[in-house]
Write a protein that binds this ligand. Structure first.
Ligand code: PEP
Ligand code: CO
Length: 395
């Protein structure tokens, strides 16, 4: 039971332990009746863009919140994403596809099901689609109607996003949210999850025998999978076999989040296997999630220098295996937050404007800097990608 028993999620699959089963059924039915958030034609368009040799910028909040879902906040996020994409394009000569962690990033897997503060233990925060970040008993109870609220909020964000050229994505974690939005298209008979253009599977839920991989295998959206340091090339092979058995470009991306120290060796091993097998899957670097540290005052943060190191390690592994780097995955805010530090962890700085309800995000200055770094790292691939674009246009 969410409120009383503290176990708000079942720990294996990270699904909420909703307090009242009949309410879950009603909330699911409401989602099943809703008009699609994104049409199948736009999902197919993203798949087609990802089948090209363009570079992927995949970025946004760790967790969106209903509170920050304002026109101004969305405009700030879009202008940041577009700014980084343009900078990478300009520097590298490679076209960029921009996908936000936006318009639906409302569900979070957590490593601990319970949070303790000053002697009080409450369920952890699992994203606004499940419960509320405020640390009080009533707010931390799981409520299935939060999924319906998340859906309404996502529709609102999409109205702010129209004409921005930014595709949407979120972690496909909450199956009670994703399944009712999955429908068969009348024209080609394929299943599409209409909650976002791209869905990803998190590091904690990528088990081959788990429900998330099975769900992703059924739908025709582009899929990404986070790959952490515990994965082996054999795991990657099995995921490819389930999620992209026909080896189709644009279908699958692997997002490596290894941590800066081991990133080069681990990514090198994965890419070598991919080359040997002849896979077309996109390879993306998430330099954020393997580099989280806790400050002396107990605040989660990340050092921009560490993030840069993992990016460099990833691009090095791509260079040395001859694999085209497929993109980057960042947690960013459109506002001037103080959640990541330049080089030194500094609690005084962190306290000035720390707003994230989950992981620490780059502010626009930090994100723009890393965009410049990536643009430069892509330059050695410029000739090759120009050749590839010509080759692809003659297919
Ligand atoms: C995230 O992207 O916020 C996340 C939880 O990542 P991962 O699954 O890689 O830990
Ligand atoms: Co995160």
């Amino acid at each position: 039971m969410g409120l009383v028993g503290l176990s708000t999620t079942n720990e294996r699959d990270h699904q909420p332990d909703w307090p009242v089963e009949s309410e879950v059924r009603r909330a699911r039915a409401a989602l099943a009746r809703s008009a699609p958030l994104v049409p199948a034609s736009d999902i197919r368009l993203l798949r087609a863009r990802l089948a090209e040799p363009a570079f992927l910028l995949h970025a946004g909040d760790c967790a969106e919140t209903f509170r920050d879902n304002t026109r101004q906040s969305v405009a700030n996020r879009v202008s940041l994403l577009r700014g980084i994409s343009d900078a990478i394009e300009l520097k590298s000569g490679r076209s960029v596809v921009t996908v936000g962690r936006i318009a639906g990033q409302y569900a979070k897997p957590r490593s601990a099901p319970v949070e303790q503060r000053a002697g009080l233990a409450l369920p952890s925060y699992f994203g606004d689609a499940v419960n509320d970040a405020d640390f009080s008993p009533g707010k931390r109870a799981a409520d299935p109607w939060n999924m319906v609220r998340a859906h309404e909020q996502s529709r609102k964000t999409l109205t702010y996003l129209s004409d921005s050229g930014v595709f949407t994505s979120h972690e496909a974690l909450l199956l009670d949210y994703e399944q009712p939005q999955t429908r068969r298209s009348a024209d080609e008979g394929r299943l599409y999850d209409h909650s976002a253009h791209l869905l990803w599977i998190g590091e904690r839920t990528r088990s081959l025998t788990g429900p998330h991989v099975a769900f992703a295998a059924e739908i025709a959206n582009p899929i990404a999978v986070k790959i952490g340091p515990g994965a082996t090339p054999a795991d990657l092979m099995a995921l490819h076999a389930v999620l992209n058995p026909d080896n189709i470009p644009g279908r699958l991306a692997f997002i490596f989040r290894m941590g800066r120290r081991r990133a080069y060796d681990l990514v090198y091993a994965m890419l070598s296997r991919m080359v040997a097998e002849g896979w077309v899957d996109r390879v993306v670097c998430d330099p954020m999630h393997g580099n989280t540290v806790v400050s002396p005052a107990g605040v989660k943060t990340r050092v921009v220098g560490d993030i840069e190191s993992e990016l460099r390690a990833f691009f090095g592994a791509c260079n040395d295996t001859g694999v085209v780097p497929g993109g980057i995955h960042l947690e960013v805010s459109g506002d001037d937050v103080s959640e990541c530090v330049a080089t030194q962890v500094n609690d005084t700085y962190l306290a000035t404007n720390y707003r994230s309800v989950c992981d620490p995000r780059l502010n626009p200055v930090q994100a723009a800097y890393l965009g410049q770094v990536v643009g430069e790292l892509l330059v050695p691939h410029r000739e090759f990608s120009a050749w590839l674009e010509v080759a692809m246009s003659h297919r």
